[in-house]
Design a protein around this ligand. Structure first.
Ligand SMILES: Cc1cc2nc3c(=O)[nH]c(=O)nc-3n(C[C@H](O)[C@H](O)[C@H](O)COP(=O)(O)OP(=O)(O)OC[C@H]3O[C@@H](n4cnc5c(N)ncnc54)[C@H](O)[C@@H]3O)c2cc1C
Length: 388
């Protein structure tokens, strides 16, 4: 089978790696616009729910990724100057994006995949003789844009703004701290991905964006503003920039996952939202399911693509629903934060995706729930008791 892959991010590299190891005779070419060792982003999170699938798909790269990751279970949540330590939903691992891509690339090449760096594709002509063309080329996918209408593409731009930075400090435990400023709400997320450095995501709501004038600032002015705005959270650390531009996220959806022999995975298929965990894990999970769908149907691309959607869609639909609830919460966070004291605010945050019930909250976060139970307004108490 001749397979052309656009994009050497986590999705494309992981697909090339698994197929290279498990589909004998496959001819796999991956095209990547960036140079061999360049990338954007700092640390990516890999939630424990994906680790078993990664080990099953390829034990050697799984083990190397785990050896290179940082693990954490607690998260510090801040609101109105108070910081509350809560256990997270399952263990999380943080790893540098560059480190992750380096591991996947090495294993994919050792498995026989050819990765062509410094090649920006503008069209799909070179794939004319391929049995399968995979768009793992991220949120602006050219594979998706080549068949925009046939994929049934829709998009919407969110109103909050964010910028991905790094910091030269190691933040443990990871934190998420909200604060009301003279402009509106700003918040930041910090989590370590090496012994010395962390990812630092800076965010604000639409009101804060407009009133602060961030949109009219140069890149250097934005960095200076962000450094001053988040001085307390940075805790002596300096912001590190790497393509770090304040912007609104655009969420792209498609009705069809494939058109003919062209299929989308990762960010090209569904836009992730950082507030429910990293898009990296979703992209790698897509790659695992597509790879095994092809391995099961090595001579029938249509059957492989139908299997991919059938197997992956139920889990993906749940994640997309959780993502959309989380987006709705964050797009409305100013109103929620104005209304709720720190402990009820953290409770509301934990319930925002609708994926965690009260029973699970009580068993996984007993200390926090005890505290919430004492502080909840009387109106909340019956619902807690009923749901228990
Ligand atoms: C600026 C930015 C910073 C981010 N930082 C973080 C972070 O710190 N932590 C985190 O958890 N998540 C981060 N994310 C999200 C995360 O990177 C994605 O969810 C995840 O990488 C998705 O994997 P993917 O393989 O589907 O797509 P991507 O990782 O986006 O990979 C797509 C690849 O395709 C290549 N490509 C695109 N178009 C072409 C073309 N025409 N020709 C050739 N190659 C092409 C790109 O260069 C890229 O390497 C960030 C996203 C962005 C946009």
């Amino acid at each position: 089978m001749k397979i052309g892959i656009v994009g050497a991010g986590p999705a494309g590299l992981y697909l090339a790696l698994i197929l290279g190891k498990r589909l004998p005779g496959a001819s796999i070419d991956v095209y990547e616009q960036n140079p061999r060792d360049a990338t954007y982003g700092f640390g990516v999170g890999l939630n424990s729910s994906s680790w078993g699938r990664m080990r099953m798909a390829d034990e050697a790269s799984h083990d190397e990724i785990m050896r290179s990751a940082y693990f954490g279970r607690h998260q510090l949540l801040g609101h109105r100057g108070e910081r509350i330590l809560v256990e997270r939903d399952g263990y999380g691992a943080g790893i540098g994006r560059l480190t992750l891509l380096g591991i996947l690339k090495r294993h994919a090449e050792a498995a026989g995949a050819r990765i062509h760096y410094d090649v920006r594709l503008e069209g799909l002509d070179r794939f004319a003789d391929c049995d399968l063309v995979v768009g793992s080329d991220g949120s602006n996918s050219i594979v998706r844009r080549a068949h925009e209408a046939e994929f049934g593409t829709r998009s919407r731009t969110l109103t909050n703004r964010m910028a991905w930075y790094g910091s030269d400090r190691h933040y443990a435990p990871p934190f998420l701290i909200f604060k009301k400023t003279e402009f509106g709400y700003f918040w930041s997320v910090g989590y370590a991905h090496t012994e010395l450095t962390s990812t630092f995501v800076a965010e604000c709501d639409d009101e804060a964006w407009r009133r602060s004038g961030l949109g009219e600032m140069s890149h250097d002015e934005q960095v200076a503003f962000s450094t001053a705005m988040f001085a307390e959270e940075l805790d002596g650390g300096n912001l590190i920039t790497n393509n770090s531009i304040w912007r609104a996220l655009t969420m792209v959806e498609v009705d069809n996952w494939s058109v003919g022999n062209r299929v989308l995975i990762g960010d090209a298929l569904h836009s992730p939202h950082p507030t429910i965990g990293s898009g990296t894990r979703m992209a790698m999970d897509d790659a695992v399911t597509l790879a095994f769908s092809i391995i099961e149907n090595p001579n029938d691309v249509d059957a492989a693509l139908a299997t991919f959607r059938k197997v992956r869609e139920p889990a993906k639909a749940k994640l997309v629903e959780a993502r959309d609830r989380s987006i709705a919460w964050y797009e409305n966070v100013g109103e929620i934060a104005d209304r709720l004291e720190p402990v009820p605010f953290v409770f509301d945050f934990m319930m925002r995706t609708g994926r965690i019930g009260l029973d699970r909250l009580r068993s996984e976060f007993p200390d926090f729930m005890e505290r919430y139970g004492h502080l909840a307004p009387p109106d909340d108490a019956p619902s807690l008791a009923l749901a228990g």
